[in-house]
Design a protein around this ligand. Structure first.
Ligand SMILES: NC(=O)c1ccc[n+]([C@@H]2O[C@H](COP(=O)([O-])OP(=O)(O)OC[C@H]3O[C@@H](n4cnc5c(N)ncnc54)[C@H](OP(=O)(O)O)[C@@H]3O)[C@@H](O)[C@H]2O)c1
Length: 271
């Protein structure tokens, strides 16, 4: 797949992976349709895309609202025409063991952004993607492959995302639309600064310093871009992440034990 003069819609483009991916695509001469809630930050990403050599529009969007998702896709099509790719990247995370959760709406909030937001945007973009034989990209997580303590709602939302896009990949086989599911490990963004606690509100302080083992955003985005060009079906990041998939088949209890140990040691390191 070539990227020059192609149009990509990216949700969650005001920060982190979505922002960096937009700028990288702009450097390749792509047109970007950028979505997130924070209008000022989104405009800044659009400006950076223009400076990088691409064209870009910012469409303030809350992906939990189906009408807003429809408006986003319509704006993209009316400004640039055919959509070559939709990157469902908007996401929020949590930090609380299930037995400490006091507000169950936490689970609904995460599901609405991470899973339903992707469903809505995909629904409205599909006719244009079919016409262009385009690419659907889901930014999931290694949490879409395994259970991870303190992240039950996030893990569930990413498993839902994985199942949804795995199904679409089969349904769309005859249409020329390809589906790529991306599963990063820890990436050095500020996602953990916005993480929700057990009461459903942002904790507003990163409880864990995972930066020592996080992949850089640049590395993450380079891998995503390469997988998009190759129209791969899956991108599971890090050798540990890929090994974990195989180990889970033969020794699942051992993988659980290693995951629990890793989360415990991170908690201790951050104290
Ligand atoms: N960082 C990691 O370690 C990591 C690892 C694996 C997977 N991921 C996944 O990668 C994706 C991007 O994460 P990131 O690390 O780049 O996070 P980030 O820096 O916190 O960025 C998240 C983006 O999602 C947007 N967003 C949140 N709620 C939204 C809503 N209701 N409507 C529209 N946009 C919304 C945010 O913009 P606004 O707040 O302006 O709306 C922001 O642009 C997420 O799906 C995440 O689950 C991240």
């Amino acid at each position: 797949m070539t990227l020059t003069n192609k149009t990509f819609i990216i949700t969650g483009a005001s920060a982190g992976i979505g922002q960096a991916l937009a700028i990288k695509l702009a450097k390749q001469g792509s047109n970007l349709v950028l979505a997130a809630r924070n209008q000022a930050a989104l405009m800044k990403t659009a400006d950076d895309c223009l400076k990088a050599g691409g064209q870009a529009i910012a469409v303030p969007t809350d992906v939990t609202n189906p009408e807003a998702c429809q408006h986003l896709i319509e704006q993209g099509v009316s400004r640039f025409g055919a959509i070559a790719g939709l990157v469902n990247n908007a996401g929020i995370s949590m930090y609380a063991t299930f037995d400490t959760v006091t507000d169950l709406s936490l689970f609904e909030q995460i599901m609405r952004v991470n899973y339903l937001g992707a469903v809505y945007c995909t629904h409205y973009a599909l006719p244009s993607l079919k016409a262009s034989k385009g690419l659907l990209v889901a930014i999931s997580s290694l949490c879409g492959k395994h259970g991870v303590p303190t992240r039950s709602g996030y893990v569930a939302s990413k498993h839902a995302m994985q199942g949804f896009f795995d199904t679409l990949r089969i349904e769309l086989q005859e249409t020329g639309v390809d589906v790529l599911v991306v599963s990063p490990g820890f990436v050095a963004t500020t996602i953990r600064d916005r993480v929700l606690g057990g009461d459903g509100t942002p904790i507003q302080a990163s409880l864990q310093d995972e930066s020592h083992q996080a992949m850089s955003v640049e590395d993450c985005v380079d891998q995503i871009l390469q997988a998009m060009v190759q129209r791969r079906r899956e991108l599971v990041m890090t050798p540990k992440g890929r090994l974990g998939l195989w180990l889970k088949l033969i020794a699942p209890a051992w993988v659980d034990w290693m995951t629990a140990k890793a989360i415990k040691s991170q908690r201790q390191a951050s104290k």
